[in-house]
Design a protein around this ligand. Structure first.
Ligand SMILES: Nc1ncnc2c1ncn2[C@@H]1O[C@H](COP(=O)(O)OP(=O)(O)OP(=O)(O)O)[C@@H](O)[C@H]1O
Length: 474
């Protein structure tokens, strides 16, 4: 008999939970409902569903945050995002987060069911057969030919075969977790678990239990005993991301665990011994946090044995074309479509952008392009508008040639021809009107500013029909 698929539904609207639970159960799915994302994540620590359906707007953690958490740990679980705000933005955001599908509310039950069916087929198709499963499913290629990245690779090489604690520094999205995984894969611990935990993403009151586990009944809601991340990582590596966000009391506990290699579960009385290599990462300046009294100095020294700095993407632009190609190919594979290619001017344009969100932003843009660009070849006018705005902000002035290029692209894509007939007069009109504004309407001076003779300007004004109502001041 075929395995019954497990579907988890999270929505703060009781009627939606009820409708979906009824419909799914009737169609022989095993359905579990949750009122909020937090309770779903708690269950995810013990059990993994085949599909998750989540509302976007919920109190506490919203659907997109939940999506990010789920995808971070279980990238293969398809997530269907449901939302009453069926606008493009949230659809795009959910695609960027890696959602499988988007279900606008109100939906009818058949629509929801057919989406669920598709998601199940898709996940069955993409699930690796046990034998084919790569040894380390999270192993990802790190792209980087820039000298600064070569330095990072050399550090990974030098540290291989070592169990030493490493602190990775770099802005958000630069690839800190990827480097931590590589350190693990090249270490004597490679056959043991690599467990990643982001301090910034865990509610304060759950942090200790997340790290150290808890005994049954340790606090309200602790219905079962639970192993923490330290235990899960035993023999392997524990990657503590955004360590600068760790609360003071947890810092104290962590320091003690690092010194003694043992700890107690929350509510527990038996010491638990573990052998864990710590790799920590932060985008913050830890020295400064120490100075401000927000990070324990002794813990800082324990973590800061070897430091690897990952430069921001804007400081290694030579890697951008390779990264673009890599992520366009990856996005196409994920979405099961032909990969897009960038026209040379589009690639050059993207290589010049400031990329404040670093490689993660670039990866998201590649997904966006793969979903949204209409043709196979990507033009500058196909790029998301915020990228164009970003380039204006970073250079401090409007890049009019770029705007003109975008305009030309658009006109030609629409099948227009003889576009100079439209563009040249528009160009001259803008220059003339602006020059006249600067000279308070005095044509002789304006002609000088433009580099024309007085008569040429007068003729142009006539030809362009600018003299209507214009006072001729000399
Ligand atoms: N050099 C690279 N080559 C290929 N992929 C990369 C590279 N750098 C980063 N990535 C990808 O970019 C995304 C973000 O990287 P990662 O999560 O490692 O960044 P991070 O610095 O840990 O970010 P944060 O601090 O926000 O958690 C990931 O999908 C990662 O696989």
């Amino acid at each position: 008999m075929a395995k019954v698929s497990n579907i988890w539904v999270v929505d703060d609207d009781r009627s939606i939970r009820w409708v979906l639970e009824r419909a799914l159960t009737k169609h022989n799915y095993d359905c579990t409902v949750f009122e909020n994302g937090e309770s779903l994540l708690r269950k995810l620590q013990h059990q993994v569903p085949d599909i998750i359906m989540s509302d976007v707007r919920m109190d506490g953690m919203d659907g997109l945050q939940l999506l990010e958490r789920v995808q971070g740990e279980y990238p293969d679980i398809p997530v269907i995002i449901m939302t009453a705000h069926s606008d493009l933005d949230s659809a795009v955001a959910s695609f960027q987060g890696g959602a499988f599908e988007y279900l606008p509310k109100p939906f009818d039950v058949d629509e929801a069911l057919s989406l669920v069916e598709r998601a199940i087929e898709h996940s069955a198709k993409h699930k690796p057969v046990e034998d084919e499963m790569p040894k380390n499913p999270t192993a990802t290629e790190i792209i980087g030919e820039a000298p600064a990245m070569q330095e990072v690779f050399r550090a990974i090489g030098r540290l291989s075969q070592s169990n030493i604690t490493v602190l990775i520094n770099g802005e958000s999205g630069t690839g800190k977790e990827l480097v931590a995984q590589a350190l693990h894969r090249h270490s004597p611990r490679k056959e043991d678990p690599f467990i990643a935990l982001n301090m910034a993403a865990i509610p304060r009151d759950l942090m200790e239990s997340e790290l150290f586990g808890h005994e049954k009944g340790a606090f309200t809601g602790a219905q079962n005993q639970r192993r923490g991340r330290f235990e899960q990582a035993d023999g392997g590596t524990l990657f503590l991301d955004e360590i600068g966000d760790m609360p003071a009391e947890t810092q104290t506990r962590l320091l003690r665990v690092l010194a003694d290699s043992e700890f107690y579960r929350v509510g527990g009385h038996t010491p638990i011994k573990v052998d864990v290599r710590i790799i920590a990462a932060t985008h913050q300046n830890l020295e400064q946090l120490v100075e401000e009294g927000r990070f324990r100095e002794d813990l800082f020294h324990r973590l800061n044995v070897i430091r690897i700095h990952i430069p921001k993407l804007a400081n290694r632009r030579e890697d951008i074309p390779k990264l673009l190609e890599f992520f366009l190919r990856k996005a196409a594979e994920e979405l099961d479509v032909e990969p897009k290619t960038l026209r040379p001017d589009t690639e050059a344009y993207l290589s010049r952008l400031p990329w404040p969100g670093n490689v993660r932003q670039l990866e998201n843009i590649c997904r966006w392009i793969t979903v949204m660009a209409s043709g196979r070849e990507v033009l500058i006018s196909d790029l998301p508008p915020e990228l164009v705005e970003e380039s204006v902000q970073s250079t401090g002035h409007e890049n009019w040639e770029q705007s003109l290029r975008n305009w030309t692209d658009r006109e030609l894509s629409r099948g227009e021809s003889r576009i100079l007939d439209l563009a040249v007069p528009a160009f001259e009109r803008v220059m003339i009107e602006t020059a006249l504004k600067h000279t308070a309407g005095r044509r002789r001076d304006a002609a000088e500013l433009l580099g024309w003779g007085r008569n040429t300007l007068t003729r142009k004004i006539k030809e362009l029909g600018l003299d209507d109502g214009m006072e001729d001041i000399d």
